[in-house]
Design a protein around this ligand. Structure first.
Ligand SMILES: [Fe+2]
Length: 339
């Protein structure tokens, strides 16, 4: 059987991404089922099964979820070849809808990374302790992780609205999440359209925010007591100067403006001290995050959630039983310097 799978895969020129077929012979039934299921799906496409094209997968469907944010995409399999037009349509859907969920994906870490690569160049996570073995571009977000002192990761305390890696000169364009283990209830991922939040503000407030600059570090000095000690130690060791970014950034492809920050990484804003900065951002969030601009994604198996960081903040839900595991793969694509 293994020989047949190998032969079929190579004879049909299918790129066998991420599936370690050598393990099939080692009694790994779960993996064996996955391999066979993938083969059936590949053969269905090649034989012209209804609803899918051999290359373009043109029958995929994009269904908006809310007026300001969210879309569901069905009928596409990102482990199969995706042509340029489909790729473009998927990319545009993320930008247009700010956060999209692509249903029914079957990923190993390698195929997850390859799917994200359809949208851009992968970007390394600055936290090196939670990477998938051998895959430096894929990290694991897991409430069961322990820090170097053996304490469970402080996931809940970090569950605030933020965008990723604001302390970097070039932060990520998109963030990709794929749930591997999900709690029975809760633990969703929320995203908010910060362009809509910005536009809803009075003109004078927008003008004031437009002028503000954030100084971004790995961990704000106002939050050292509740931060991951490994991140704090690394920050001390690296000694990187704060990265200055605008509080309101312009979307490089749409020209729209969005309020953009990671509260936990914002050391100061203009002449505010770190504690004033935290208070200012907490009040700002309180004022501007509205349910109509927000989408909370309740995970189903097979979901790939993609967020356009240039116009969104996001947060992990902490409304679940922490004795249950919440484990996601995460990767990011490289963006542009905010302006
Ligand atoms: Fe994040």
């Amino acid at each position: 059987m293994l020989y047949a799978i190998k032969t079929l895969a190579s004879a049909d020129g299918f790129r066998w991404r991420g599936v370690n077929i050598l393990n099939v012979g080692q009694g790994n039934l779960n993996l064996c089922h996955r391999v066979l299921w993938q083969m059936v799906r590949v053969m269905n496409v090649q034989l012209g099964a209804p609803g899918q094209g051999a290359v373009g997968q043109p029958s995929f469907k994009i269904t908006p979820i809310k007026e300001h944010i969210g879309a569901e995409i069905t009928g596409v399999d990102l482990t199969l070849p995706v042509d340029a037009a489909t790729r473009r349509a998927l990319y545009d859907a993320v930008v247009d809808h700010v956060a999209v969920v692509i249903r029914d994906q079957v990923f190993e870490p390698q195929t997850f990374a390859a799917a994200a690569e359809l949208f851009g160049t992968l970007m390394a996570d600055q936290i090196k302790t939670n990477l998938v073995d051998g895959l430096p571009m894929v990290s694991i977000l897991d409430n069961f992780h322990k820090d170097s002192k053996g304490a469970q990761a402080i996931v809940h305390k970090n569950g605030t609205w933020h965008t990723d890696h604001t302390n970097k000169e070039i932060p990520p364009c998109f963030t990709f999440l794929h749930a591997v283990e999900i709690p029975e209830q809760g633990g969703g991922t929320s995203a908010v359209n910060m362009n809509a939040a910005y536009e809803a503000l009075p003109r004078e407030t927008r003008a004031k925010l437009d002028k503000m600059k954030t100084a971004n570090v790995r961990v704000s000095s106002a939050r050292l007591a509740i931060a991951n000690p490994d991140s704090v130690a690394e920050q001390d060791q690296l000694g990187e100067p704060p990265m200055i970014h605008p509080l309101v950034r312009t979307h490089p492809e749409r020209g729209t403006k969005a309020i953009w920050f990671h509260k936990g990484k914002t050391e100061t804003i203009d002449d505010m001290d770190p504690h004033e900065t935290q208070e200012f951002l907490a009040e700002l969030l309180e004022d501007i995050i509205k349910p109509e601009f927000t989408y909370t994604h309740n995970w189903r198996r097979g979901d790939l959630l993609i967020i356009d960081n240039r116009s969104a903040l996001h947060k992990a839900g902490s409304d679940y039983d922490p004795s249950q595991q919440r484990k996601l793969y995460r990767t990011m694509t490289l963006g542009e310097r905010p302006y």
